[in-house]
Design a protein around this ligand. Structure first.
Ligand code: PEP
Length: 251
């Protein structure tokens, strides 16, 4: 059984004070949420204070990005070891906003994922097609090549720890969610690809769905066999909404 993982991606939202206030409200709401992993990826500036506010709780700290180098002359960048130093358990890499706004390639994402593993942090590797690519019938081709390129340096021995997030670009921040059936169809394809690449470990890799996940659609999404969690943007900014997502119900 794969343990569901629900992760908040706050993007460029919340000051340190707002992050700490969120934790004060959210942690008691999920204190008895059993059998799931919960993580919050705040902006870098809030990692330290949020990490202190989450200490001893069942909510892990995550980063939204990392540099693939461990140190050096890279002005403005943050190394995986620095994130580990702050207590990050996960880091998101290859988010579509980074791929499209900052030109991040699969090769760069692969180096980031490898560097994170080396620093003891689990990468959450994002993949997903654009609307144009979906409408052209290219979803599997695009997602397949993102997976091949972005996971190129994941050691087979560590593969079972990996988290993959399938996030169709047309569903991110748009309020337009993939139906559970559409999402499951791509998740099943991702699972097949992971099995081809990593063998039996492919069955242990958790695949999150991301794209306008909300309290009112999470239950149906989580009922699908290959959807093992959610990566949540907008709805994760509100403690009550994110706690309801964490407490998804499947029949
Ligand atoms: C995301 O940023 O990863 C995301 C899925 O955002 P939203 O939930 O707002 O669509």
């Amino acid at each position: 059984m794969r343990r569901p993982i629900l992760a908040a991606n706050w993007k460029m939202h919340k000051t340190t004070g707002e992050a700490v206030a969120f934790a004060a409200a959210f942690v008691p709401m999920v204190v008895d949420a059993a059998g799931v992993d919960i993580a919050i990826a705040p902006p870098f500036t809030a990692l330290d204070r949020l990490g202190r506010a989450l200490a001893g709780s069942n909510v892990s700290l995550a980063a939204q990005n990392a540099n693939p180098e461990q140190k050096g002359a890279f002005t403005g960048e943050i190394a995986p070891g620095m994130l580990a130093d702050l207590g990050c358990r996960y880091a998101i890499v290859g988010h579509s906003e980074r791929r499209s706004f900052y030109g991040e390639s699969n090769a760069l994402v692969a180096n980031k994922a490898a560097a994170l593993f080396a620093a003891g942090i689990v990468p959450i590797v994002c993949v997903g097609e654009s609307l144009e690519e979906r409408e052209a019938g290219r979803t599997h081709e695009v997602v397949g090549s993102q997976l091949d390129g972005s996971l190129a340096h994941v050691p087979v021995a560590r593969a079972a720890e990996l988290v993959v997030a399938y996030e169709p670009i047309w569903a991110i921040g748009t309020g337009r969610t993939a139906t559970p059936e559409m999402a499951q169809e791509v998740h099943a394809f991702v699972r097949r690809r992971l099995r081809e690449r990593f063998g039996a470990a492919g069955d242990s890799i958790r695949i999150q769905y991301g794209g306008s996940v909300k309290p009112d659609n999470v239950d149906d999404l989580m009922a699908e066999p290959d959807i093992d969690g959610a990566l949540v943007g907008g709805a994760s900014l509100d403690p009550a909404a994110f706690s309801r997502i964490v407490r998804f119900e499947t029949k």
